[in-house]
Write a new protein. Sequence first.
Lengths: 293, 65
Amino acid sequence: MSWAAHEFENYFIQKHVGVKASFLGIVVGTQLPDLFTKSFVYAADDPAAFHRGWPGVGFTHSLIFGFAFAVLVLAVTRSRSWAAGILIGQWAHVLTDFADTAGTMPFFPFSTEPVTIEMWKHAAAEGRFGDAAAYYSSLGGVWDAFWLVVLLVFAREALRPEYFRTTVIPADPRVWGWLHRRLRLPPVALLLFYWGFFFYGLGRMTTWFAYARLEAEAPLDWSWAGPSWVEGNDLSAAGLVEVAIRSTVGGVLFFGFLWLCWKLFVRRLWDRGVDPPVVERGTGLDALFGTRA
Amino acid sequence: MTAADPIDGLPRPAWFVASFALYVTLGLLFKSAVLNWIVGPLWLLLTLWLVPTLARRARDLVGGS
């Protein structure tokens, strides 16, 4: 699993969707796969299989879960920017988490084959603290640092107060306005709340890294699929070709299913959905990405 | 809150550094209570806005009485 990367992703995505998706929707989306499951993962008999596999709650780390949740939000709230934010955020989480040894099942239920590049070990079997020590002793910690650099190099504008004022708020004026009026939060408090997810990513990365070095005294192991002192926990014995074939078939079926859903009812929900006044959507990917209003 | 509203009253950078150092220190001491999805994202809001606001109000109350 990735740790602080999920917090940094929020701002990177925000920079690339501009006013077309709600930042808070993106946050909900990126946290969604772990939101209802993480606290149970450490108590499971086989945490990796429970967290990412099937049977288990691995479906929360599939693309269809984000799609279903986004459609549900669109149907209930009619908010296109929230639906778009949740979809993109959840998909980003799924694609980020396939870097550990447990991988994710992106095309569940059409393929239950985990997809992974096995960069570092999924170490939830070590308990929360052991997981943190293993993650920040392996390439997982480097992955977090990579996302921090990506954010600061390619999307630092998203952290500026002016960006928050001119893009983040207009993309979701109802919710930010509600926080402002109902909770009596002045603009500076809203900005601090907006920055809070970046702060949390930086804070947890620093703290857990310090814990791994100073308290757990875990040895650094930046080898591929490290750290070596954690037992391996691959969920599948399938070879590369088998994974590729199953995932390709699953992917084709999955996107066919999305197309069918779009034709049958999602398009209708999207058409009756509403946008904030500043948003002008094009078609295709332009409906979701692009900083212009 | 609209795009036209200015953002006044941002704390100085040193306060952000202090807030971060406090978070890391308390995080090492009280991991479960501090390093979680509720306290973490709200930390800046709590330490740089809520606590100073409450402190100012308390000071005004004491000063006014």
